[in-house]
Design a protein around this ligand. Structure first.
Ligand SMILES: [Zn+2]
Length: 322
């Protein structure tokens, strides 16, 4: 949505409240006590009352704004900023745009928005032809700094990410350098490269009738038991961009996005940033307005971000504003 359209559609707090109420009714208000779906609306106190058991729930209850005290307008503006560009906004930048005094609630709001993006995407599984590989993302070390730093992929400053992407071969491609077309992708932070870990995540993320292309790593040896076909090829580093093109383009783009925006990403928040990256990329070809689409999700999902405690040292430092 363009900025002028946003300002026209949502000029006041009341206009945001009305739109959010509309979204909640559209997604179906369910009584948490008796499961009844018919409710009365009380505009002054902004709550729904179950027609069956008279249980009351607030407009924010069970949504992304559950227990939030921030104005609806803040949420709408943050969602607008985060969906208006392929890039991302740091919490500090959004705090500045909103002119809010405290950083913590804005930081939490941004992570809650990313959290529902991840929840929404986790409902889908990948199918067809899949490229799968691991990416190694630079993150700040969170172990004992007295322990010597390991080099390479096993370094404490590298986080492992399993990357899976639907990649279909194209008949007579216009660009011979790009013989495959890309569709949906998933990026999931993994604790290790053990076959057991990778098997479990791949099974949760990919349909059984999929055909998986990977390199010849021993982490993937069980795939032939779980999927229709597994093509494991010995791939030299020079050939990797041809053999698994999209998975490596996705890894490279995600790394660029993160390094352009943040000085250092904390390991525990890497998944959150990758969720935002994947959510946007997975919808890039859908003609619906990204703001409206995400607004539907915010009314339907309660964020699972609450359990992560905020600490001052967890600030995601924007490269532009500190
Ligand atoms: Zn009820």
């Amino acid at each position: 949505m363009k900025l002028l359209d946003f300002d026209k559609n949502y000029p006041t707090e009341d206009s945001c409240i009305m739109r959010f109420k509309e979204m909640r009714i559209k997604s179906g208000v369910v009584c948490p006590h008796c499961g009844h779906t018919e409710h009365l609306w009380f505009p002054t106190s902004m709550h729904f009352e179950c027609k069956n058991c008279h249980h009351r729930q607030s407009l924010r209850s069970g949504t992304i704004m559950h227990s939030s005290k921030l104005p609806f307008m803040y949420w709408f503006k943050a969602i607008h900023l985060m969906t208006s560009t392929k890039k991302t906004f740091s919490a500090l930048e959004i705090q500045r745009q909103l002119g809010h005094k405290r950083y913590q609630p804005i930081w939490e709001m941004c992570h809650k928005i990313r959290s529902i993006m991840g929840q929404r995407d986790s409902e889908y599984t990948l199918s067809g032809m899949i490229e799968l590989d691991e990416g190694f993302f630079s993150t700040e070390r969170d172990d004992d700094h007295n322990i010597p730093l390991k080099r390479g992929r096993g370094s404490q400053k590298k986080s492992k990410v399993l990357v899976m992407i639907e990649s279909q071969k194209v008949e007579n491609p216009k660009n011979p350098e790009k013989p495959k077309s890309v569709n949906h992708l998933k990026m999931i932070v993994i604790p290790d490269l053990k076959a057991k870990t990778i098997n479990s995540i791949a099974q949760m993320s990919i349909e059984q009738d999929a055909i998986i292309d990977t390199d010849a790593s021993t982490s993937y040896t069980d795939f032939e038991n779980y999927f229709a076909k597994h093509n494991a090829s010995v791939i030299s580093p020079q050939e990797i961009s041809k053999a698994l093109p999209w998975v490596h383009i996705a890894i490279s783009n995600a790394k660029t996005l993160l390094s352009d925006m943040y000085h250092g990403v904390k390991r525990e928040f890497l998944q959150s940033y990758l969720d935002e990256f994947c959510y946007k990329l997975n919808r890039i070809r859908i003609p619906l307005d990204p703001f409206d689409r995400l607004l539907v999700v915010t009314a339907k999902y309660k964020s699972d971000f609450n359990h992560i405690p905020y600490r001052q040292d967890k600030i995601d430092n924007c490269v532009n504003c500190g």
